[in-house]
Design a protein around this ligand. Structure first.
Ligand code: FMN
Length: 466
């Protein structure tokens, strides 16, 4: 079982409200020591990585930031998690770090440089969660763009964006290009450096990538966004997909679809790891866990659910008829439905093509936000349920989304990790195969480098012999 923790460098994860509860310490998210403690806790328990969601956007209703989002810290306010990583790397040695960076803001060269730098500073423990970006409407305005780029065009751009970063990471420096020999006075061998020439529909680049190759060269490529177009993109490029499923059949269908598409793209379907979000509330006894979850649920409101949903989809549920199905959104003629994100609409379409009432959607979203599976119980119940989710859906593991952070992480490490170890689901550190310590090997890769069947491998130049 692969395990990561899903965090944001802000007050609130998962589109729910709990930052002000006494069990939550997320108000310390601007302090380095807070994150050092979290990283060391996870590393000691044997987690694979700490994952940060991120973005420049925030939720709006009717074009403005609602007071409930500001008060609730709902996808509003936070710092840039990338800046924290070198410090965390310095205080850990095996934990991986996955950073979310959108393909809609910076030029690919800037992103490639930052991730290559982080891969050096972490000694190969970096992953990139590639997203086309939530809250596109606010981002477009913040960055002064005249209009938001359409949903499928964002994926087309993402494809080209990643392709260019792969050329920079894989195609410019041969392994032997970095000489760094004081005696001969040669730092880099010009004959082994190759110019990247990219003229695409959305991006252009011509020149040399100035960061020398790092342990992994290409960071482990994660992807989140599970619309049809998102899954196609994931199957082509991602090494690890972050899925948001709430029912076993829905998650199982998504996993099967991603693996089938990966095989069709000529990749080994099992080389694509799929992780699903899980909100685990555990305590020593069943009753204590139920009580802890109830404290969280008492804080949730329809208003919070509606604001988060509006931020992810552009749809204001509070303005819809609560007694009619959600499909009433398709009566709108402004052409914007689904343009901000489809996963959070599609997740409500039932297998028979019908849709729940808006009132039922709000009910379902209250306390759930953008979270995946909800698991509540004592350590045995939690371990049973996690095993069931894995076995029935085919996912490779979980991204844990705390309701009270970081105390939920502490409880999981204390109570559930030993039980998963006992069942042989989690390896003890000493039982892991020896390797370079890279994140890619940690999640199942046979080397720190991209596998030969990944599309990025075609950019690796033939070694020059002089
Ligand atoms: C599980 C999951 C996690 C996501 N995490 C982020 C994130 O951290 N930052 C961000 O800007 N967008 C995030 N997104 C949004 C995606 O970037 C994308 O914009 C959105 O999901 C629309 O694409 P889709 O229709 O394929 O889902 C996430 C989406 C999903 C489903």
């Amino acid at each position: 079982m692969h395990l990561g923790v899903f965090e944001v460098a802000g007050p609130q994860v998962g589109g729910t409200l709990s930052w002000s509860h006494p069990y939550s310490d997320s108000v310390h998210h601007r302090e380095l020591q807070h994150w050092i403690d979290v990283a060391q806790l996870l590393e000691a328990a044997g987690f694979d990585f700490l994952f940060f969601a991120d973005g420049y956007g925030y939720p709006t209703v009717g074009g403005d930031l609602p007071a409930v989002a500001a008060a609730g810290g709902l996808n509003f306010s936070g710092i840039d998690p990338m800046m924290i990583i070198p410090t965390l790397a310095h205080h850990t040695s095996t934990l991986g770090f996955v950073l979310t960076s959108s393909t809609g803001v910076d030029h690919p060269v800037a992103t490639a440089r930052r991730f290559a730098t982080l891969d050096h500073l972490t000694n190969g423990r970096i992953g990139w969660n590639i997203v086309t970006g939530a809250s596109q409407d606010t981002i477009a305005q913040l960055f002064g763009h005249t209009e938001m780029v359409a949903h499928d065009t964002r994926y087309e751009m993402a494809q080209e964006y990643v392709d260019l970063t792969l050329q920079l990471w894989e195609g410019c420096w041969e392994d032997a290009a970095l000489v760094q020999d004081k005696e001969s006075g040669v730092f880099a061998d010009r004959d082994k450096l190759h110019r990247v020439e990219h003229v695409g529909k959305h991006f252009r680049s011509s020149g040399f990538f100035t960061v020398a190759p790092s342990v992994q060269r290409t960071p482990v490529l994660f992807q989140a966004g599970s619309s049809d177009r998102g899954r196609e993109f994931a199957a082509g490029q991602a090494e690890c997909v972050f899925l948001q499923g709430t029912t076993l059949p829905h998650a199982a269908a998504n996993v099967a679809d991603i693996r089938a598409r990966a095989a069709a793209a000529g990749r080994d379907p099992q080389s694509v790891k799929v992780l699903v979000g899980a909100t685990v509330t555990v305590a020593a006894t069943h009753d204590e866990a139920i009580a802890r979850r109830a404290e969280f649920e008492d804080m949730q409101t329809d208003e919070v659910a509606a604001v988060i949903y509006a931020g992810n989809t552009g749809i204001d549920l509070s303005a819809l008829d609560p007694d009619r199905p959600l499909s009433q959104i398709h009566e709108s003629s402004d052409g914007r439905i689904g343009q901000m994100g489809q996963s959070n609409i599609d997740r409500f379409r039932r297998a028979d093509g019908t849709w729940p009432l808006v009132r039922e959607v709000l009910e379902e979203l209250r306390g759930r936000g953008t979270r995946g599976f909800t698991v509540v119980g004592d350590p045995i119940e939690v371990a049973d349920r996690l095993e069931e989710i894995m076995d029935v859906t085919g996912v490779d593991g979980f991204l844990l989304e705390a309701i009270f952070s970081p105390s939920d992480h502490r409880l999981f490490c204390e109570l559930v990790v030993p039980e998963l170890r006992r069942r042989g689901r989690l390896l003890a550190e000493e039982d892991r195969p020896a390797g370079s310590g890279s994140l890619r090997e940690r999640i199942g890769g046979s080397s720190p480098r991209l596998s030969a069947d990944h599309p990025g491998a075609r950019y690796v130049p033939e070694p020059t012999t002089v």
